[in-house]
Ligand binder design. Structure first.
Ligand code: UTP
Length: 299
């Protein structure tokens, strides 16, 4: 039997974003801008391309800029219309959401990613759903979540986006314990959150795209009752890799992932996305070349 279609996506955006302080004191991390689009726009575009129709944001205090971003801006729009700026009106279209397509739930305390997803349980109901972490930005010919939805159609269960990392770096991620490797899809027998380098079961790391069975919400319910500190999404997914679970699959996506939750990753993404833009490529590329040459000469 084919799995149900995935039409809902959760965007956990309730984190404190401490790595970007002081900027994130008053600006949500997800509003920070790669070239001219906030991080959240990249995630929404990716979800739309994958067929997502309902967008669920898990927010917290101080994130109202996110809600405003996806609302209409009648004054701005009528001013642009008056000035006949149709190209800019077109640009704004991507930021508008149909009424009722977007929902916000609050996470009152930052108790971790698992808890953030759990906060959305009533809006998700009893169907598979996607989770996208907007600070993982993925450049890909076919958007990553779309690749995953197509693969999920064959596997069902739970699917996580996975990428090979150098072994010493594996301890910064959730890592898959591989039972069967079928190339772009692997079946996992377990998943460990931030293992010590010597304990990592593989170098296949999980990044911020997931398609999850509603059973994960039930697992989170149980973990929530037991956990003292952060409630890990990894643990709730790993339960489905047990023999009586629905199965956990890693998906080796085609594309480049940028960790925009870290300063170095954000800067790398800015350069890559700047260079990929036809309107900026020449000027920005020339500047980078000159800068590199100057640095070399100075050494
Ligand atoms: P991070 O681990 O990047 O944490 O969360 P953070 O708070 O955003 O940033 P730093 O580490 O303090 O700089 C990964 C994702 O999970 C969400 C974040 O908003 C981000 O999208 N998250 C994390 C929540 O929604 N709630 C939480 O309690 C924790």
């Amino acid at each position: 039997m084919k799995p149900r279609k995935v039409t809902k996506a959760v965007f956990p955006v309730a984190g404190l974003g401490t790595r970007f302080l002081p900027a994130t004191k008053s600006i949500p991390k997800e509003i920070m801008t790669l070239v001219d689009r906030p991080l959240i726009q990249y995630a929404i575009d990716e979800a739309r391309a994958a067929g997502i129709k309902e967008f669920i944001f898990v927010t917290s205090r101080g994130k109202s800029a996110l809600e405003d971003y996806f609302d209409h801006a009648p004054e701005l729009e009528s001013e642009l219309r008056r000035k006949n700026k149709t190209d800019l009106l077109e640009v704004l279209k991507d930021t508008n959401m149909d009424s009722g397509a977007i929902a916000y739930v609050r996470q009152n305390r930052p108790l971790g990613l698992g808890h953030a997803v759990w906060c959305a349980r009533r809006l998700i109901g009893d169907e598979p759903f996607a989770v996208l972490l907007p600070d993982d930005v993925i450049a890909a010919e076919k958007p990553c979540l779309q690749q995953m939805v197509e693969a999920y159609d064959r596997t069902g269960g739970c699917m996580v986006a996975a990428m090979e990392v150098p072994p010493p770096k594996a301890s910064a991620y959730g890592v898959l314990d591989i039972a069967e490797d079928h190339g772009n899809i692997v079946r996992a027998r377990g998943m460990v959150e931030k293992p010590k380098a010597e304990d990592a079961p593989s170098n296949l790391a999980v990044i911020g795209r997931y398609i999850l069975s509603p059973k994960v919400l039930t697992n989170l319910n149980r973990l929530k009752q037991g956990a003292g500190g952060e409630i890990q999404l990894t643990d709730a997914i790993a339960e489905e890799a047990e023999p009586d679970g629905e199965g956990v699959y890693g998906f080796r996506f085609r594309g480049l992932r940028y960790d925009c939750g870290s300063k170095a990753g954000f800067l790398q993404a800015t350069v890559a996305f700047g260079l990929s833009r036809p309107d900026l490529r020449d000027e920005f590329g020339t500047y980078l070349h000159e800068m590199m040459a100057q640095q070399k000469a100075a050494q």
